[in-house]
Design a protein around this ligand. Structure first.
Ligand SMILES: Cc1cc2nc3c(=O)[nH]c(=O)nc-3n(C[C@H](O)[C@H](O)[C@H](O)COP(=O)(O)O)c2cc1C
Length: 160
């Protein structure tokens, strides 16, 4: 799949199959985050890889709007330095790069932002100077769905 197709067909999934994502794909998804550009090339972010049923259950418990992450195959907590005014932009770009890399491997994902901050910080040993800005859950989708339908609909509308 080329970059354009990857972008326009990407859908958010909150339900995942129990199939394991290979460690090769997992590593490449994390590399996509690490190699994303950041403001002033500060690379202030840190990424916490959450995997295994028990840790994912804890992450779900510490979330407000991301309970579905319990059934993801793995998740990444993106920490950024809130003293930098562009820190959320950097987080968004890193997350999008991870999600698009994953989608190109057939791995689905979704993000969430609503967390119970105190328990999350405690359970995942998040340093005081960093903020858990966004969390993304990954896994193979339980259904074969493709965002192609979105682009097809749009093209049909513009033709009629
Ligand atoms: C900044 C941001 C925050 C989001 N926060 C949440 C969230 O807390 N929980 C959740 O389930 N989805 C969250 N989402 C996912 C959006 O609801 C999702 O992108 C939207 O449903 C469109 O997805 P689709 O076009 O693939 O259907 C968030 C998305 C973005 C970009």
């Amino acid at each position: 799949m080329d970059a354009y197709e990857c972008i326009v067909t990407k859908l958010d999934f909150r339900e995942f199959s129990s199939k394991e994502v290979s460690s090769d794909h997992k590593t490449k998804i994390l590399e996509a985050a690490r190699l994303t550009q950041s403001g002033e090339n500060s690379q202030h972010w840190r990424f916490i890889l959450v995997q295994g049923k028990e840790r994912l259950r804890t992450l779900a418990k510490d979330s407000e709007w991301g309970k579905w992450v319990e059934n993801a195959n793995f998740a990444v907590i993106v920490l950024t330095d809130p003293s930098l005014e562009y820190h959320m932009i950097d987080a968004g770009r890193a997350v999008q790069d991870m999600e698009l890399a994953a989608w190109s491997f057939g791995v689905a994902s979704c993000v969430f932002t609503g967390t119970k901050l105190k328990p999350l910080r405690r359970d995942f040993a998040i340093p005081e100077n960093l903020h858990p800005t966004i969390i993304v859950g990954f896994g193979y989708p339980i259904r074969t769905l493709s965002g192609k339908i979105r682009t097809e609909n749009r093209f049909q509308k513009s033709r009629s």
